[in-house]
Ligand binder design. Structure first.
Ligand code: 13P
Length: 249
C-alpha cells in the first residue's frame, strides 16, 4: 500500500507570530486518517516550527533548497543547513520556483541529487500550464519535466521521491483539475515510471495532486486510485480546513 500524504505548502505566508499561532491551531486538530501530514513554513520559521511540532506526527519540511553544499550563493540555503535544524524533506520544482526564479529541469536535477546525497526525501513538483492543456500537450510536458529531472536516478532512489502533479492553471485559481483529469494524469505518470523502472517501483511511488484542493473537493480527488494525497496551498493556512483535507481519506 502506498503512503498517503497531505502536505501544506505555506509559501511566502506567515511571519513568526502567525506561524506560532497556526501551529497552536494545528496541535488542536485530530487526525482520523492514516495520511502522513507535513507542513512547509518559510525558511526563517523552520526551526521554530520543527521545535514546536517535534512531539507531534506533523513533519516540518522545506519549500526549496540550493544544490550546492555551501559557498558563494548569497541568499541560498543548502541541504546540510536544513538537516542541521531537523528538516529531512524538501519540496523541489514548484511551478512558482520555475516561473519566478527561472528554475530549469537541469537545475532541478542537481537539486534532487543534492537532496538525495544528503539522505533527504524530495517532493518533486511539476505540471503543465493552461496552454499546454488546451493544445493537448499536457502529457508530453509532464513526461519531459519528470524525465529531465529524475530519470538519471537509479531505481532505488525512488524510495525517497514523492511526486506532486500540480497543473499550473489550478494553483491558487479556485479551479481544480476534475478528479478524472487528476486520475488520468496520475495513471500516465505511473505508466511513465513503469516503462523505465518497472511496475514495482511505479506502484510504490506516492503521487500527490496539488491545485485548489479544499475541504469540499478533497474526498473526491483522493478517492481516485492513483491519487495518493495532496499538496495544499491556500487551504493549508487554516488548521481546521487543512485537517478536513487530511481526514478526507
Ligand atoms: P493552492 O492550493 O492554493 O491552489 O496551491 C497549490 C500549491 O501550489 C501547493 O504547492
Amino acid at each position: 500500500m502506498r503512503q498517503q500524504i497531505v502536505a501544506g505548502n505555506w509559501k511566502m505566508n506567515n511571519d513568526l507570530a502567525q506561524t506560532e499561532s497556526l501551529i497552536t491551531e494545528l496541535k488542536k486538530q485530530t487526525k482520523t486518517s492514516k495520511a502522513e501530514v507535513m507542513v512547509a513554513p518559510t525558511f526563517t520559521n523552520l526551526f521554530r516550527a520543527f521545535d514546536a511540532l517535534r512531539t507531534t506526527d506533523i513533519e516540518v519540511i522545506a519549500q526549496n533548497m540550493h544544490f550546492a553544499e555551501n559557498g558563494a550563493y548569497t541568499g541560498e540555503i543548502s541541504a546540510s543547513m536544513l538537516k542541521s535544524v531537523g528538516i529531512t524533506t524538501v519540496i523541489l520544482g514548484h511551478s512558482e520556483r520555475r516561473e519566478y526564479f527561472n528554475e530549469t529541469d537541469a537545475m532541478l536535477a542537481k537539486k534532487v541529487d543534492a537532496a538525495l546525497a544528503n539522505a533527504m526525501r524530495v517532493i518533486f513538483c511539476f505540471g503543465e500550464v493552461l496552454n499546454d492543456r488546451k493544445s493537448s500537450n499536457h502529457e508530453q510536458v509532464v513526461e519531459s519535466q519528470i524525465k529531465n529531472a529524475l530519470f538519471h536516478l537509479e531505481a532505488s532512489a525512488f524510495k525517497n521521491i514523492v511526486l506532486a502533479y500540480e497543473p499550473v492553471w489550478a494553483i491558487g485559481t479556485g479551479e481544480t483539475a476534475s478528479p478524472e483529469q487528476a486520475q488520468d494524469m496520475h495513471a500516465f505518470i505511473r505508466k511513465t515510471l513503469s516503462d523505465t523502472y518497472g511496475k514495482t517501483v511505479a506502484e510504490s511511488v506516492s503521487i500527490l495532486y496539488g491545485g485548489s484542493v479544499k475541504p469540499n473537493n478533497a474526498q473526491e480527488i483522493f478517492g481516485k486510485p492513483d491519487v495518493d494525497g495532496g499538496l495544499i496551498g491556500g487551504a493549508a493556512l487554516n488548521a481546521a480546513d487543512f485537517f478536513d483535507i487530511v481526514n478526507a481519506f
